[in-house]
Design a protein around this ligand. Structure first.
Ligand code: PSZ
Length: 290
C-alpha cells in the first residue's frame, strides 16, 4: 500500500483527493517542489524547502507548517512508502474557495499534497548525452517562482517530445534562458557559462550544487546572458535538474555539439556531482560508467 500527505496527515494514496474548487486545480494558484531521494534520504532537502518558502512568500501564501514539521512529514512518507530511489512531489495551493480571481478574503487554509514515485537514475542518457531542440520562451516574467502554472513549459517540452528530443532549450529574442524543466549551461574556453539567476529562470537547486562544486575545484563560472549562436558554437553543452542531474547535450536543433559526445568538463562535473550525492546520501549502487 502506498501513502500520500494530504493537509498535514499521512493517508492512503488512493484516498488523497482534492476539492474541485481547490485554487490549485482551477487557477494553478500555488507552488511546488520535486525532491530527489537516494538511498531513502532526501538530497538537498533544506535548499528545496527554502525555495518553497520563497515561492510561497512571493505569491502571498503562508505555509501552515514549520520547516521542521514538513521535513518530518516527508521523512515519514519516504519510510512508509519504503522509497529508496525516487522523487517526492509536493505542492501547496492557496486552498479551497468559491471561484474568484482575487484571493479569498476569509481565512482559507492552504492545501498541501505530497506523494512519492520510484525513479531510477537516467544512467544511459547520462553516459551518452541527449538531443535538444530550441524554442521561443513564451512564459511569463516570474519564472523564478516555482509556480503550478506550467503551460509554457509543457508546450515547449511537447515540441521536444514530438521531435524525439529530451529537452527544449528556450530563448527570448535569441538569448538562452533555460530548458522547459532544466537549467542550461555551455562551456567556452573551459569556463562554465549559464544564465544569471534572475526573474527569467528558476534558480535550480542542482545548479546551486554544480556552482559550489565548480568553485571548490577552481572551474571558472560566468553567470550571464548568452545567445543561441554562442550555444551552437560552444565546446560543450549540458543541462541540470533534480532528476536529470548533470546531463550532457550532444545535439541542439539537429546540429552536433563538439563531436556529439559528452565533453571532458561535463564528465568531470558528473563525477563530482555523484561524489556530492554520496557525501550527502551514502554510496550509490549504480553509477555512471566513464
Ligand atoms: O523529474 C523531472 O523531470 C524534473 S524534477 C525537477 C525538474 C524536472 N525541473 C526543475 C527545473 C525547472 O522546472 C525549470 C523550468 N528550470 C530549472 C529546473 C531545475 O531545477 P532543480 O535543479 O531545482 O530541479
Amino acid at each position: 500500500m502506498k501513502f500520500a500527505i494530504l493537509d498535514g496527515k499521512i493517508i492512503e494514496r488512493r484516498e488523497a483527493k482534492v476539492d474541485v474548487e481547490d485554487r490549485g486545480y482551477q487557477f494553478g494558484d500555488g507552488v511546488y517542489e520535486v525532491i530527489r531521494v537516494y538511498n531513502g534520504k532526501m538530497f538537498t532537502v533544506t535548499e528545496h524547502l527554502n525555495r518553497l518558502v520563497k515561492s510561497l512568500d512571493s505569491i502571498g501564501i503562508k505555509l501552515p507548517y514549520t520547516m521542521d514539521q514538513l521535513n518530518d512529514l516527508l521523512e515519514e512518507l519516504i519510510e512508509k512508502n519504503k522509497l529508496q530511489l525516487g522523487t517526492i512531489y509536493m505542492q501547496i495551493s492557496r486552498g479551497v474557495a468559491p471561484r474568484n480571481h482575487a484571493f479569498p478574503t476569509e481565512n482559507v487554509r492552504p492545501s498541501l499534497v505530497a506523494y512519492t514515485k520510484e525513479v531510477s537514475r537516467p544512467l544511459e542518457s547520462l553516459k551518452m548525452g541527449v538531443k535538444t531542440i530550441v524554442t521561443d520562451d513564451i512564459r511569463w516574467l516570474r519564472c523564478d517562482i516555482k509556480s503550478l502554472n506550467l503551460l509554457g513549459n509543457l508546450l515547449a517540452k511537447q515540441k521536444a517530445a514530438e521531435a524525439g528530443c529530451f529537452e527544449a532549450i528556450q530563448h527570448r529574442s535569441g538569448d538562452v534562458t533555460e530548458g522547459s524543466s532544466s537549467n542550461i549551461y555551455m562551456i567556452k574556453n573551459g569556463k562554465v557559462i549559464t544564465h544569471q539567476s534572475d526573474n527569467l529562470i528558476l534558480k535550480g537547486i542542482t545548479k546551486d550544487v554544480i556552482l559550489q562544486v565548480c568553485e571548490r575545484n577552481n572551474i571558472v563560472v560566468e553567470e550571464r546572458t548568452f545567445t543561441l549562436d554562442e550555444l551552437i558554437d560552444a565546446e560543450e553543452v549540458f543541462l541540470s535538474s533534480t532528476t536529470a542531474e548533470v546531463m550532457p547535450i550532444i545535439e541542439v536543433d539537429g546540429k552536433r555539439v563538439g563531436d556529439a559526445l559528452p565533453g571532458p568538463v561535463t564528465k568531470l562535473l558528473q563525477e563530482w556531482f555523484e561524489l556530492e550525492i554520496e557525501k550527502r546520501c551514502g554510496a550509490l549502487n549504480d553509477k555512471i560508467l566513464f
